[in-house]
Design a protein around this ligand. Structure first.
Ligand SMILES: [Ca+2]
Ligand SMILES: [Ca+2]
Ligand SMILES: [Ca+2]
Ligand SMILES: [Ca+2]
Length: 461
């Protein structure tokens, strides 16, 4: 049933004109009013009440002006929409095919909580008649917006509402966990409560303050699961599934390690760095790791009894210790007599009651090696003739029978030599006459490192 109430502006009495065109009537301004659509608007104590969050295109009522010139047709325009003198924009006038003018909601959501104090929107409308000397008048329509209870919602730390919220906890065994939850409610004075289901792990403590909760606790077991977290304003519940995972402690490791290291005498000198190890823990690279600066800190220890060796550890008891093995003396054939010597390294992380550690055994061996020696430096020629071929041999001995390679620095084009046999063939022309200083070098060409040099002065004449 439609109840029609006519609201008249300025409390003037309206005199209804008689039907028919009375040309004797003077042209007067129309008086505007609205016929409320009570399917959508609630009338209470003479006030029009309309709920927040209504859809767009909802009819508030039909505009209905009258004046004493009964044949007049009217045109309506919204002049202003205000709440407590603050402009708002929630209504439009829609003219249908039969020239009816309806006041309707537009696309802007009516948000009770966002409106100023009185929550009453006053819409000033100008009505214009179609007299040749157009007359207009303004009339006000007052609509009070009422609150509708809205569901509480989850949000992030920046206050942004979270839709499709899928919270999760990723904790690490024996490391204190800490996280926050945030939620809110559009409605005034509502602090929705937080309830968690029995599946919540015991180690996790939820402390609620207003519409935030602090999640704290230290897990002692590796586990996964989920529990229900529900926020409720008393009317609406908003449950979410909280998944949780407690991860295990991983062992710290050297990024590379080989259990045996050997080298021949001559290959490392005092001051040489021979091996470097980097201690790392994969927990420190896991996503959402809870260790911060406190975990997993790695401490490297070692045992060794090698005279020529020193071990330097930098950044020990940190996330990135580095270990360097360095010669503090030049390893000799005396050191080679000791054979393989054992070193032990251990890395441990600082996970409170369940530290993980890894031990490495290294066998270090210095292998005997003698230097190669020139054998016939006394027998090399001092003088050779030009325009003839002269052949001599550089001889050497190596007690280890290493493969030896000869080289001569910057040899002239008339000098050829065999790197393996040491046979040197000289074919100088007379234009090559003169004095020459050669430097012969013999190298251990297998896995030895020694090299010897000998200077040879030669005259061509
Ligand atoms: Ca509300
Ligand atoms: Ca609410
Ligand atoms: Ca670890
Ligand atoms: Ca040798």
């Amino acid at each position: 049933m439609l109840v029609i109430i006519i609201m008249v502006n300025r409390c003037e009495d309206v005199e209804l004109a008689l039907p028919g065109n009375n040309q004797d009537n003077p042209s007067v301004a129309p008086a505007g009013a609205i016929i409320w659509d009570e399917n959508n608007v609630i009338m209470e104590d003479g006030k029009a009440i309309f709920p927040e969050n209504s859809a767009a295109g909802v009819t508030i009522g039909r505009l209905n002006a009258t004046d004493e010139n009964p044949d007049d047709e009217f045109n309506y325009q919204i002049k202003s929409q205000k709440v407590d003198d603050i402009d708002v924009n929630h209504f439009i006038i829609d003219k249908d095919s039969e020239s009816n003018y309806d006041l309707e909601t537009n696309n802007n959501i009516l948000d009770y909580e966002a409106l100023a104090g009185s929550k009453s929107i006053i819409i000033a409308i100008t009505v214009t008649d179609d007299n040749p000397d157009q007359k207009t008048s303004d009339f006000d329509i007052k609509i009070e917006i009422t609150n509708v209870n809205e569901a509480p919602y989850w949000k992030n730390e920046n206050g942004q509402e979270l839709t499709n919220y899928q919270p999760s906890i990723t904790a690490d065994i024996e490391i204190p966990f800490e996280s926050m939850l945030y939620w809110d409610d559009e409605d005034y004075n509502q602090n929705p409560t937080l309830i968690s289901s029995d599946q919540k792990p015991e180690w996790l403590i939820i402390t609620t303050t207003g519409t935030t909760a602090e999640l704290t606790g230290t897990p002692h077991n590796v586990e996964t699961g989920s529990f229900l977290l529900t926020i409720s304003d008393g009317e609406f519940d908003f449950p979410v599934d909280m998944n949780f995972e407690v991860r295990s402690n991983q062992k710290p490791k050297f990024t590379s390690f080989s259990p045996n290291h050997s080298f021949r005498v001559g290959c490392n000198q005092q001051g040489d760095e021979i091996i470097e190890y980097q201690a790392r823990d994969s927990n420190n690279n896991s996503s959402l790791f809870n260790g911060g600066d406190e975990y997993d800190l790695l401490t490297v220890g070692y045992t060794e009894e090698i005279g020529w060796l020193a071990i330097d550890i930098s950044n020990n008891t940190s996330k990135t210790p580095n270990v360097k093995l360095r010669c503090i003396a030049t390893p000799s054939n005396d050191d080679a007599q000791n054979g393989g010597q054992q070193l032990t390294f251990s890395i441990t992380d600082n996970r409170v009651s369940i530290p993980q550690d890894t031990t490495y055994q290294l066998t270090m061996e210095v292998l005997e090696n003698s230097e190669p020696e020139f054998a016939n430096t006394d027998a090399l020629p001092d003088t050779i003739q030009s325009d003839t071929t002269t052949v001599w041999t550089v001889e050497w001995v190596d007690a280890d029978e290493d493969l030896i390679i000869l080289s001569i620095e910057n040899p002239p084009s008339w000098l050829e030599y065999d790197v393996s046999t040491g046979i040197i063939t000289a074919t100088p022309d007379s234009i090559n006459n003169g004095s020459y200083e050669f430097e012969y070098t013999i190298n251990e060409d297998n896995d030895g490192c020694f090299s010897e040099t000998f200077p040879h002065s030669l005259t061509v004449e």
